[in-house]
Design a protein around this ligand. Structure first.
Ligand SMILES: Nc1ncnc2c1ncn2[C@@H]1O[C@H](COP(=O)(O)OP(=O)(O)OP(=O)(O)O)[C@@H](O)[C@H]1O
Length: 253
């Protein structure tokens, strides 16, 4: 059993994104606690990826985003970002092992070579995501699900406390999905916090604790039981609801 306690991890205040004079995310304020599996959901173009990139400081934003009550720069090493698969150059000439080893970079001074412990951590995390047999393969030889697991292994090597993942289940086979969800539970038990942009609404109740609903701004943020409701989903997905039905909430005729 975990000895960690939930604390406020992310605090956004009037946090918004405007790019090329277009408002992508209206200013929002919210708090997210640690040691939870948090899903970010919303229709295409809702601003889900934008929110992750903006809080990671990869694109400009307005307002304030704090991690453990401090600016990003103070905590960068404690946060791992797993980008959407399409954003990675899979033809980059690097193999599975070396890509995961990159997760250790932030822990090394520029003159230091990876230590025995660094290499042990790489091997351990590659094993954890079930890719040991592909250790020497160039990354573009991996399947969709294996590619997602590869980046999760790199994030694990970083030994981050917060993992921000942009659609880690996109194009993932059943084996990879099972491995990743199991890993999520192990990470939560270790006190980590996971934030995932997620598309599969049917998986939310079973696999996530908290859900943030976006549609060009914040629609709702709350526990799955309180906030994953038809009322909120119809605001988040106005063009599709009631085509979506919640697994635990029968649709009304
Ligand atoms: N640099 C940019 N300049 C202007 N608009 C942008 C820029 N980057 C993204 N956008 C727009 O911001 C909106 C939100 O994009 P984003 O990728 O965050 O959506 P998303 O919710 O992740 O969508 P999806 O589910 O399709 O991945 C889109 O309308 C997109 O066209």
């Amino acid at each position: 059993m975990s000895t960690h306690t939930n604390t406020t991890l992310i605090t956004l205040e009037d946090f918004g994104v405007t790019l090329n004079q277009k408002t992508i995310l209206q200013p929002m304020s919210l708090e997210l606690s640690s040691q939870q599996k948090i899903a970010i959901i919303g229709p295409n173009g809702a601003g889900k990826s934008t929110l992750l990139k903006a809080i990671m400081g990869l694109i400009p934003s307005q307002g304030s985003a704090k991690f453990w009550g401090q600016q990003l720069e103070k905590n960068q090493q404690r946060i791992a970002y797993v980008p959407q698969r399409e954003e990675v150059d899979w033809n980059f000439p690097i193999n599975t092992y070396d890509l995961v080893l990159m997760g250790r970079q932030g822990h090394l001074r520029f003159w230091q070579r990876p230590s025995k412990q660094d290499h042990a951590l790489v091997a351990e995390n590659i094993e954890r995501v079930g890719l040991t047999h592909l250790i020497k393969e160039p990354i573009n030889h991996l399947s969709g699900g294996q590619k997602q697991r590869l980046f999760i292994a790199r994030a694990l090597c970083q030994q981050a406390d917060l993992l921000l993942m942009d659609e880690p289940f996109a194009g993932v086979d059943q084996t990879s999905e099972t491995i990743i969800f199991k890993l999520f539970d192990e990470l939560i038990a270790q006190g980590k916090t996971l934030i995932c942009v997620h598309h599969d609404l049917a998986r939310i109740p079973a696999h996530f604790d908290w859900v943030v609903q976006l549609n060009q701004g914040l629609i709702s943020s709350g526990t799955v039981s309180d906030s994953f409701t038809s009322a909120n989903l119809s605001k988040t997905f106005p063009n599709f609801w009631p085509r979506f039905t919640q697994p635990h909430e029968p649709s009304t005729p």
